[in-house]
Design a protein around this ligand. Structure first.
Ligand SMILES: [Mn+2]
Length: 283
């Protein structure tokens, strides 16, 4: 294992942001990381925009009250992202995404290429409550697709093994058999602009939700992907004119942030033009 990055929580507390927030439309890693980092720094956690629907459902299952919405004013500490989505006064950032070159910001940035921000926060083990540990473990399960994703590291595995007695018991909670989302909620799940396209995604044990019902609400071009954790497959539905025009299943757990030619080429063929990153996707 590479050496672990040591976060100076006392320093982050001294900088005293009004709010600790994750990325826009927070996923479980953002919700949990903001909640626990706020606890570690004596600040308040907030959500930046509406939480991603599947993650919001899991957050409720974990008996957590909805986070306050981030107000228009006030300083922020960022978790699970490095750049604010709009002009804000940022005091620090803690994130697990691979740096695209060296990142220079006018505030302290703790950056480590791991499967989840929750893994970085879990190292403050002696200051975490049992409830914090359970939340962090759930976030690691979510962000690493139960340690199957290609972004999983030994640090994530180690964190899961030490945070809770049995992290596998969290799997049905994080990936419920039927999360009960409507097609519209699936269209919003994990939705980002990737390669210039609206792209929603989800994952769990079992086959994808009804991709045709999801497609019916999209004029396209639009992509929906589903990771079946048990089968370790990724299904990709490409949508044009409210219809699935191409349905592909790959024998691997593929992250949308690392798109190789096996995904890009069929997408470009289907949509008929080159796909480009207007900005890096952050997850
Ligand atoms: Mn994350």
């Amino acid at each position: 294992m590479d050496a672990a990055l040591d976060i100076d929580w006392a320093e982050l507390a001294r900088l005293a942001p009004d709010w600790v927030v994750g990325h826009l439309n927070p996923d479980l890693d953002s919700l949990v990381s903001s909640f626990v980092a706020a606890h570690l720094t004596g600040s308040q956690a907030a959500a930046w925009g509406a939480p991603e629907p599947l993650s919001e459902a899991v957050w409720r299952t974990l008996d957590q009250e909805a986070l306050a919405q981030l107000p228009a004013d006030g300083t922020v500490g960022l978790v699970d992202c490095v750049f604010p989505q709009e002009s804000r006064s940022v005091l620090w950032a803690v994130d697990h995404h691979q740096p695209a070159g060296s990142i220079t910001r006018p505030y302290p940035v703790y950056l480590e290429a791991l499967g989840a921000t929750a893994t970085m926060i879990s190292r403050a083990r002696d200051r975490l409550t049992a409830s914090d540990c359970r939340l962090l473990a759930a976030a690691i399960v979510a962000d690493t697709m139960a340690l199957t994703s290609n972004r999983t590291t030994d640090h994530d595995r180690h964190a899961l093994e030490t945070l809770v007695e049995d992290w596998r018991a969290l799997i049905p909670m994080v990936f419920p058999k039927d999360p009960g989302l409507s097609p519209a909620q699936w269209r919003a799940a994990g939705r980002k602009q990737i390669l210039g396209l609206p792209w929603a995604s989800g994952g769990g044990f079992g086959p994808a939700p009804d991709v045709h019902a999801i497609a019916a609400g999209e004029s396209g071009p639009f992509a929906f992907s589903w990771i079946d954790i048990g089968a370790k497959t990724t299904t990709l539905a490409l949508v044009l004119d409210h219809r699935v025009v191409r349905l592909l299943t790959y024998p691997a757990v593929l992250s949308r942030t690392r798109i190789g030619p096996e995904i890009r080429v069929p997408m470009e063929e289907t949509f008929g033009h080159p796909l480009r990153y207007p900005s890096e996707s952050r997850e």
